[in-house]
Ligand binder design. Structure first.
Ligand code: HAM
Length: 422
């Protein structure tokens, strides 16, 4: 029978990688807590309409990438392609605005987009997503970005680039839209098929097209920053000033538009040169009209999402930092030592010490190899003589230094191990 494999673009995260995932998630929880951001867990399945209305009918995500299906009750459902729309839905559904003037919420989990799989791009991927809802003060935009760079440096990534832009608001954006349409008038032939369609449905999406000919054309187009109204400009200037206050290094990228339609005012991305075409590690911005679009009151918000797979692929490779390798390997030679070690190993575990052994009673050499393979920090070598003398050699696997410790009971062993820095 043929083997069943995972769905294309859907990845298993293997045990040697999950330690990094835990490290990243723990750091996120730690940093977010200092900024007063609390966790909200939302479902991965939502009514399709949430995303068509939230993200925008004519975005790539909604037009081409959603996993949408009718369930057995004929309801049209979608596996979430992002978290923002779900978070706002939950925020409105549970009336969080009635009790919290500013709700700061994070959510971590899988997202689904049927894109063409390639390096850094999957069909199931994970995001660490943060939303700050209820306040339009530019200080919130700044604290959000400050938190993002603080988190990135806490996981060892301080050399990434933060790019920001302002995308205007419903008052000033229509004029920019018209100017882009005018600019592209007569240049339609040079655009890809998708962009020819976008020209009619959503011309600003052309800025995001990866096709080279489209890029060449749109590169000389007017930029949104030249069209934003006084209110948008003031907001943008304040955001920049607040970022500078905390020495958050950023560059203005006036070509950035982001791939989702809900953005107003601030938009930003964290990019890297080392990920090839998929260079965005995180992206976000302000979305002051989204709550209203989803049937709620006119409540502003700003947020970001980090692509966890991309982030992890950039982590400086120092496995020690992520290690949950055993503290101790018990190399037990002979039946009596095996029995003794089995008891001790589990007593150590119950005391919070990560301990392992091998049940096959192989040679000492082979058990040492196993200890090395598991990256154990120490190995305790026990044979009949050691049992008799209630003393055994404890070997530091890195320095190869060995010392004799008392092994009369689990407690004496624990004490000795603690003295040895375990
Ligand atoms: P986004 O730019 O679509 O924004 O996604 C954010 C990040 O998710 C990207 O920068 C990237 O690192 C990662 N990502 C996106 N698609 C894939 C993929 N197919 N494979 C791997 N990683 C991927 C949003 O989703 C917005 N909801 C962010 C936001 C929150 N804006 C306001 N609040």
């Amino acid at each position: 029978m043929s083997k069943i494999t995972a769905v294309r673009g859907f990845k298993d995260i293997l045990p040697e990688e999950t330690e990094k995932w835990h490290f990243v998630e723990e750091k996120a929880r730690e940093v977010f807590a200092t900024f007063g951001v609390k966790e909200l867990r939302v479902p991965i399945l939502e009514k399709t309409e949430l995303f068509t209305r939230g993200i925008g009918e004519t975005t790539d995500i909604v037009e081409k990438e959603m996993y949408t299906f009718r369930d057995r009750g004929n309801e049209l459902l979608t596996l979430r392609p992002e978290a923002t729309a779900s978070v706002i839905r939950a925020y409105l559904e549970h009336n969080i605005h009635a009790t919290e003037p500013v709700a700061k919420l994070y959510t971590i989990g899988p997202m689904f987009r049927r894109e063409r799989p390639q390096k850094g791009r999957f069909r199931q991927f994970h995001q660490i997503n943060v939303e700050m809802i209820g306040e339009k003060d530019p200080r919130v935009d700044a604290e959000l970005m400050l938190m993002l760079v603080t988190f990135l440096s806490a996981v060892g990534l301080s050399d990434l680039k933060l790019e920001i832009n302002s995308l205007g608001c419903p008052k000033c954006r229509p004029a920019f839209r018209e100017t882009v349409i005018e600019f592209l008038n007569g240049k339609e032939e040079g655009l890809c098929e998708d962009c020819q369609r976008r020209l009619k449905t959503n011309p600003l999406r052309i800025f995001d097209c990866k096709v080279e000919t489209c890029q060449t054309i749109i590169n000389t187009a007017p930029v949104v920053l030249d069209f934003i109204c006084a209110e948008c400009r003031t907001h943008f200037e304040k955001v920049k000033a607040y970022l500078a206050m905390f020495d958050v290094f950023f560059a203005v990228n006036e070509k950035m538009v982001r791939g989702l339609d809900y953005y107003t005012h601030t938009a930003f991305e964290v990019i890297t040169e080392s990920l090839g075409a998929q260079n965005a590690v995180a992206g976000g911005g302000r979305y002051d009209g989204l709550a209203k679009e989803l049937g709620g009151d006119d409540i502003p918000g700003v947020g970001f999402a980090i692509g966890v797979e991309r982030l992890i692929s950039l982590l400086p490779l120092n496995d020690e930092d992520f290690s949950t390798a055993p503290h101790l390997f018990l190399a037990a030679l002979g039946e009596n030592a095996q029995q003794f070690a089995f008891g001790i190993m589990n007593q150590l575990r119950l005391s919070g010490i990560r301990a392992e052994m091998d049940y096959s009673d192989k040679s000492l050499k082979s058990q040492m190899r196993r200890s090395n393979k598991l990256r154990c920090r120490h190995t305790l070598i026990i044979g009949d003589r050691e049992l008799e003398e209630t003393k055994a050699p404890l070997r530091d696997m890195q320095t190869s230094e060995q010392k004799t410790i008392a092994i009369a009971t689990a407690d004496t062993i624990i004490e000795e191990l603690r003295n040895s820095g375990i």
